[in-house]
Ligand binder design. Structure first.
Ligand code: HEM
Length: 500
């Protein structure tokens, strides 16, 4: 009865559950999209559900995204929602372990490191890493024999390629060479602390938690050691992220401390690893399943990069940004498979729900207030397949991004505006918050890795398509929501043959 009668008449409607505390955790955790859709039909865009003792108010659709991500105030707070989970992995004094204005400055520092100037040199490096990997991995042995088909587990391969390419480019040469040795083990231990269990229970007396903490400490020492060696050798002007961080200053003139630099580097490593490797896996699965799309990507490569001797020359960064087929394949994959399905904030002060969000009873304004202590949740996984926005919403169709008109095209127009610089002061930060397309989030907490991710994924995809014909003997797998980032379920074996 307590569930049916809200505590306050202004509380949003509550999803019914049978088991106290656990609430809707199993249904939400198994597959959030049908759970959201079912409750949207019943309650409207805004409703609350219980998940392991937390009260979560979902706000769905583009308007819901705007409500959660576009708030001018800090009443919807990211630190309170995430720090218990991220600080043991990233380390102290960065990201959600500091007040938001400090983190915004840290984001700005990293943006300097992620400049177009640096990106120009990254295309060749990424291509080289992929080719070296293919040449040395046993699962690509068949690539050496003309006409022979082989196969690989796409997630295993993409996880390796993502960390190799991100290390070679963003992390710097020392980390890249240590990856072949001690650093890989440390990374795995740290990654073992980045799971839904850790999100729900930040501190359990389990070996994986102890390994996580030990790995954070050792990895911090590792980065600090590199930093000190570089400074001692007068090498601080190296062209990578760490070097760039050494030169940055907070608003009050203070340089970053050694451990802050180390922890920002760890945060970048973790933020980009699963998001990009999951996206790369989905991209290759769809391309392998759709030979006509693979052919279109290949034709585009030939059109732009074929030399007189028939070989394909290297792409430049600028050229890669002008490849509509390649771009649309990544963009569409992020629409259907956004790696982050739920974006959360914790509510510091009660916030009224705006009229633009609908409920079956009509307008919500003056009716619902999200109470203090709740979490609010926006879901790109829902707005990105909203049938009122996207034609044939569930179907993976990259062509929709190359059309000149229609709902998808206008979403792209909207998104274009997001590419502009965001001021990480406390000024106008809310670009893109009301877009239905938000694989990289929006507003103040919007991703800073988007351009790098496109560069990394585009180069990896082009290299695979140049080298191989790909096939998938089964359908594109379903989503596995039991991992922190949405991954493909098994089977996920792609067949390949060296292009003739
Ligand atoms: C934030 C997605 C790659 C660094 C975000 C957010 C999303 C996202 C949805 C918003 C989170 C929120 O509002 O709570 C993705 C996807 C990626 C990707 C889909 C790849 C396909 C990267 C990479 C880096 C990175 C490569 C680093 C080089 C960050 C950072 C934030 C962020 C620093 C800011 C968090 C905040 O302000 O609270 N990303 N990301 N991401 N991402 Fe990414």
């Amino acid at each position: 009865l307590r569930q049916i009668l809200p505590k306050n008449s202004s509380d949003p409607p509550h999803v019914f559950h049978w088991i106290p505390i656990v609430g809707s955790a199993i249904e939400y955790g198994t597959n959030p999209v049908p759970f959201f859709m079912k409750n949207k039909e019943k309650h409207g865009d805004v409703f609350t559900f219980t998940m392991l003792g937390r009260e979560i108010t979902a706000a769905l659709g583009a308007k819901g995204n705007n409500f959660v991500l576009g708030g001018k105030s800090l009443d919807f707070n990211a630190e309170d929602a995430y720090t218990h989970f991220t600080t043991p992995v990233f380390g102290t004094d960065v990201v959600y372990d500091v007040p938001n204005d400090v983190f915004m400055q840290q984001k700005k520092f990293v943006k300097v490191a992620l400049s177009v100037d640096k990106f120009r040199s990254y295309v060749g490096m990424i291509e080289e890493e992929v080719e070296d990997f293919i040449a040395s991995e046993p699962c690509f042995a068949a690539a050496k024999t003309k006409g022979e088909w082989g196969s690989f587990d796409v997630v295993d391969v993409m996880q390796e390629i993502t960390i190799l390419t991100a290390s070679r480019t963003l992390q710097g040469k020392e980390i890249r060479s240590a990856l072949d040795k001690s650093f890989a083990g440390l990374y795995n231990d740290l990654d073992g602390g980045f799971t839904p269990l850790n999100f729900l229970f930040p501190n359990l007396p389990l070996p994986s938690y102890r390994k996580r903490d030990a790995a954070n400490k050792k990895m911090t020492e590792f980065y600090v050691d590199i930093l000190r060696k570089r400074i001692a050798a007068g090498e601080v002007d190296e062209e990578d992220t760490m070097a760039s961080l050494v030169q940055q200053r907070y608003k009050d003139g203070r340089p970053l401390k050694e451990h802050e630099i180390a922890h920002i580097m760890i945060a970048l490593l973790m933020a980009g690893q699963h998001t990009s490797s999951a996206t790369g896996s989905w991209v290759l699965l769809h391309v392998a399943r759709n030979p006509d799309v693979a052919q279109a990507i290949y034709d585009e490569q030939v059109k732009h990069f074929a030399s007189p001797d028939g070989r394909l020359r290297d792409m430049t960064y600028e050229e890669m940004r002008e490849l509509p087929v390649l771009d649309s394949v990544i963009r569409e994959t992020l629409r259907v498979h956004p790696p982050i399905h739920s974006i959360m904030r914790k509510v510091r002060e009660p916030v009224p729900v705006p009229a633009t969000l609908s409920s079956p009873a009509g307008k919500t304004e003056g009716v619902f207030v999200v109470p203090k202590g709740h979490f609010v949740l926006a879901s790109p996984s829902v707005s990105q397949v909203d049938p009122t926005v996207w034609a044939d919403a569930e179907t993976w169709e990259p062509k929709r991004w190359r059309e000149q008109s229609g709902a998808a095209a206008s979403a792209k127009e909207y998104e274009k505006g997001d590419g502009e610089t965001i001021d990480y002061g406390y000024g106008a930060v809310s670009k893109g918050t009301e877009s239905p397309y938000q694989p990289f989030g929006a507003g103040r907490h919007r991703c800073i890795g988007e351009q790098f991710a496109y560069l990394q994924l585009g180069t990896i995809l082009a290299t695979f398509v140049r080298d191989f014909e790909l096939k998938l003997a089964h359908d594109v797998p379903e989503h596995n929501y039991h991992t922190m980032i949405v991954m493909p379920k098994h089977p996920r074996q792609i067949q390949y043959r060296r292009r003739q």
